[in-house]
Design a binder for this molecule. Structure first.
Ligand code: XMP
Length: 317
């Protein structure tokens, strides 16, 4: 019978056997799958796993620091690469959603490749691929298949002559979560919402600037914190804030304001293929709207997205 404990034992033994005394490089994203996969590999080979976590400038507020700290607690050998500057440079002036994805996907591979080349002893590439990634001919990510391949670092194993190590290849998401808890990974990490590879770049409609990223990071922070405070975070499948390229008139004290509009999105879903907008309580929406408008300078209007998928998608881009 499948149990998380027996899976961990068997997988760690199999990884030891397969990898021997060789080294593995792996891109980590801060997400559930890559964290669980890396922890299994590290149980087998320790610091011969070389993890790389890239700050692409469009992560959530404090995400880079927080995730690196979690990796540290887990004893993972992970290097954080601050590549914000080059991502902002390449994204500057780009408003087209698919082009944003392409820029981010390509840069990610470039940055990862450059770092990976420094780890000369590596002969394996670790990946957090799970069973739905393997069987789905149509990605749940719709138009983002190219990024999926970026996340799975398609192409790199060939360029670098690496063999793949995918310890979660036959697991479903709920099994991955059970294995993660069995490995002692903090619950907060295991129960995280999905977050897209292109990050906040596809939640800033229109062109991306450092200032807009900062604004959205702040607003998103208040939103997610409020969901947790109200005990709603675990009841929705995914939530996020979207910065709209729309300014509108408001009033603050006796001053007229002309600032950005923020859309809040929260959905319930099983696998992201279809989704319903989450019927968040009015008192929560009232609270979060106040929190954001009072605390985030630059946003004077908050709206809630009541569209389901289909026909809307979860992300706005
Ligand atoms: P949509 O917007 O297509 O999103 O309904 C379905 C799920 O996929 C995520 N998503 C992405 N994930 N790269 C990713 O890694 C992408 O380009 C991308 N686009 C959407 C989205 O967050 C949701 O969980």
């Amino acid at each position: 019978d499948w149990t998380p404990a027996s899976f961990v034992d068997e997988t760690v033994a199999a990884l030891k056997e397969k990898i021997g005394d060789k080294h593995v490089i792996m891109a980590l994203s801060g997400g559930v799958d890559s964290t669980v996969a890396a922890t299994l590999i590290s149980r087998a080979i320790g610091d011969r796993l070389h993890g790389i976590f890239v700050d692409n400038g469009v992560l959530r507020k404090d995400e880079f620091e927080n995730v690196l700290a979690t990796y540290d607690t887990l004893g993972l050998n992970v290097q954080g690469i601050d590549a914000k500057k080059i991502f902002y440079e390449e994204l500057a002036g780009e408003s087209d959603p698919e082009k944003k994805r392409k820029i981010i996907g390509k840069l990610f591979i470039d940055v990862f490749h450059e770092e990976a080349l420094k780890i000369k002893e590596a002969s394996f590439l670790g990946q957090g691929t799970i069973y739905p990634d393997v069987i789905e001919s149509v990605s749940v990510h719709g138009p983002s298949v190219t990024i999926k391949s970026h996340h799975n670092v398609g192409g790199l194993p060939d360029i670098m002559n690496l063999e793949l190590v995918e310890p979660l290849r036959y697991l479903f998401k709920d099994e991955v979560r059970k294995v993660g808890l069995e490995l002692g990974i903090p619950k907060e990490m295991i129960l995280r919402h999905p977050f897209p590879g292109p990050g906040l770049a596809i939640r800033i409609l229109g062109d991306i600037t450092k200032e807009k990223v900062k604004l959205l990071q702040e607003a998103d922070y208040h939103y997610i914190r409020a969901l947790k405070d109200y005990g709603l975070y675990d009841q929705v499948w995914q939530a996020g804030a979207i910065l709209l390229p729309v300014k509108s008139v408001g009033v603050m004290g006796d001053e007229r304001t002309y600032e950005y509009t923020l859309a809040l999105r929260a959905v319930t879903s099983v696998d992201g293929m279809t989704a319903d907008w989450a019927h968040l309580p009015y008192d929560f929406l009232a609270y979060v709207s106040n929190e954001i408008i009072n605390n985030v300078k630059g946003i004077n209007r908050v709206v809630y997205d009541i569209s389901s998928k289909p026909p809307a998608t979860i992300e706005w881009e």
